[in-house]
Design a binder for this molecule. Sequence first.
Ligand SMILES: *Cc1c(COP(=O)(O)O)cnc(C)c1O
Length: 359
Amino acid sequence: MARTINFNAGPAALPLGALERAQKELLDLGGTGMSVMEHSHRGKAYEAVHNEAIALTKELLAVPDNYDILLLQGGASQQFAVIPMNLLPQGKSADYILTGAWSQKAYKEAKTLGTARVASSTEKDKKFTRIPAQNELDLDANAAYVHITSNNTIFGTQWDTFPNVGNVPLIADMSSDIAWRPIDVSKFGLIYAGAQKNLGPSGLAVVIVRKDLVEAGRKDIPVIFQYRTHSENNSLYNTPPTFSVYVLRNVLAELKQNGGLSAIEKVNREKAKLLYDAIEARSDVFSAPVEKASRSTMNVVFTLSTPELETEFLAEAKKRGMEGLKGHRSVGGMRASIYNAVSREWVAALADLISGFKK
Ligand SMILES: *Cc1c(COP(=O)(O)O)cnc(C)c1O
């Protein structure tokens, strides 16, 4: 079977080994004679998978003991609302740094629930083609939290050094770059990610949250949306999306087998360099709108000099077995999403196409 060279932004490519393991175990999970989807979420077989997914997250991301790892339904967008529901009390305000469409959506949800302010935005001057510098942040020292989007999936920008926010908890939407490299989790109050870019299937959100924030969270919201409910029940308060958690486990197990986050960071940096170098070398046709220091290692956004050339480029890519290169409908152009599961070989094939295009 020929695998398509998949540059989709999300849902996105998954590691072949994780999929093959799912295929092999689909009808019979560990000799139980049942698929993981047919097991009770209260039974031993599923519980082992569930706990392994959490343990692997803790190990690979080096999550300190004073953090909970929650596996929740509703993807990242639901967290846009659940975060202020829990962590934005009346009388307090939350700071949002706007670097793209996802942070705008998160900010909008916070405003419907309480007081939120924009601590910085790179929309007006530069159309979200860069990450703001520390001295551009207008931070409220009494804010309930500061929210950032670590990687802007649509605009192709990424925080390299995270902002200094003093003693205010830093919250990061890491949906499109979680686990791309090692990070210091202790710098964050909460990290969340929809699984479908770097971790697994859609519909599942991984939330890493400091226990004191969970405990201090609001109690005047529905029980199902309280982080404490899921913390107290090891994310088994209600039926979790068991198959998605199972695939998450497979993805993380494979990541560990391949050397963990330091190893994948090296590959990810090589891939991004390969692609940006190829684009720069063909400045007669191609250009990358994002400022160099803000370039994403996960979503490489680029344009061609005319719409006709873009159409031709996409057709040529398709001929070579590549998919998912069309940019987000709101920005146009091209976007190659090169998450952990996208191999160096796939990226090299795209770089080749760029280098030789119309030559
Ligand atoms: C994809 C994405 C989301 C939305 O995730 P859903 O699971 O569809 O809600 C949010 N934030 C970022 C940064 C994303 O890339």
